[in-house]
Design a protein around this ligand. Structure first.
Ligand code: AMP
Length: 225
């Protein structure tokens, strides 16, 4: 089972991808995380990527397509992939379709998390993640506290691209470059729109209910065929 998650920056894709990965034993493929890892390695490629990300621009399709092919060709032990932040352009979509066929895979579900602009801005400005355990928090909506997080608060860090200047650019890029990709999946009847405002566990329940209902339906169709 391969899943694609869409949503503007700050819509909660990363958190929901994490939930899906855990429950369905999927490998979470967050292109943002992979690119940030490359930046941390201080490589020449990382420097190039950093220049784009810090201004709120997309990184070149070639870099992304290579990253994704390297993941798909690995014969890993997971039951599938959950894409968080890919494909983000029509060109990436075209390449993903080619790779999916080449590696005998298919996209089973596509979810779009819908969140209004004011909530996005508040979420992004409050977002912080733990560099020790990887958990994501929000100082306004979901603060780290002794109940929810056992690491020292000194590990909580903010992303360099989570600032007011880049947010608007990232939202604009999402509308211009990524909404056409969503339209493609809608025409394929793969898209499920989810209200991404509200409690994290409530949003996740909506996603898993769609997956479980459709999986059960498909199972019955095959059983009685
Ligand atoms: P994210 O962590 O998904 O919010 O991504 C952070 C930044 O990484 C984006 O604003 C882009 O600059 C870059 N990025 C992540 N995924 C992609 C992608 N599929 N294509 C191009 N750039 C990407």
């Amino acid at each position: 089972m391969n899943i694609v998650l869409f949503g503007p920056p700050g819509s909660g894709k990363g958190t929901q991808a994490e939930n899906l990965a855990k429950e369905y034993n999927l490998l979470k493929v967050s292109t943002g995380d992979l690119l940030r890892e490359e930046i941390s390695s201080k490589s020449k490629l990382g420097e190039e990527i950093d220049k784009k990300i810090s201004k709120g621009f997309l990184v070149s399709d070639n870099i992304l397509n290579n990253l994704i092919e390297n993941i798909l060709k690995k014969n890993n032990s997971f039951k599938g992939l959950v894409f968080d932040g890919y494909p983000r352009t029509l060109n990436q979509l075209k390449i993903l379709e080619i790779l999916i066929k080449k590696y005998n895979q298919k996209i089973s579900f596509v979810f779009s998390l819908n969140v209004d602009k004011n909530t996005i801005i508040k979420r992004i400005l409050g977002r912080e993640s733990c560099s020790n355990c990887g958990l994501i928090f929000n100082e306004f909506f979901n603060p780290s506290n002794t109940k929810s997080h056992s690491c020292d608060p000194k590990f909580l860090t903010k992303r360099t691209d989570d600032n007011e200047q880049t947010i608007l650019k990232r939202i604009e890029t999402y509308k211009k470059e990524t909404l056409p990709v969503l339209k493609y999946y809608k025409n394929q009847s793969l898209l499920h729109e989810i209200d991404g405002v509200g409690d994290i566990s409530h949003i996740y329940k909506q996603i898993r209910s769609i997956i479980n209902t459709l999986e059960a339906w498909l199972y019955n169709v095959y059983l009685y065929k």
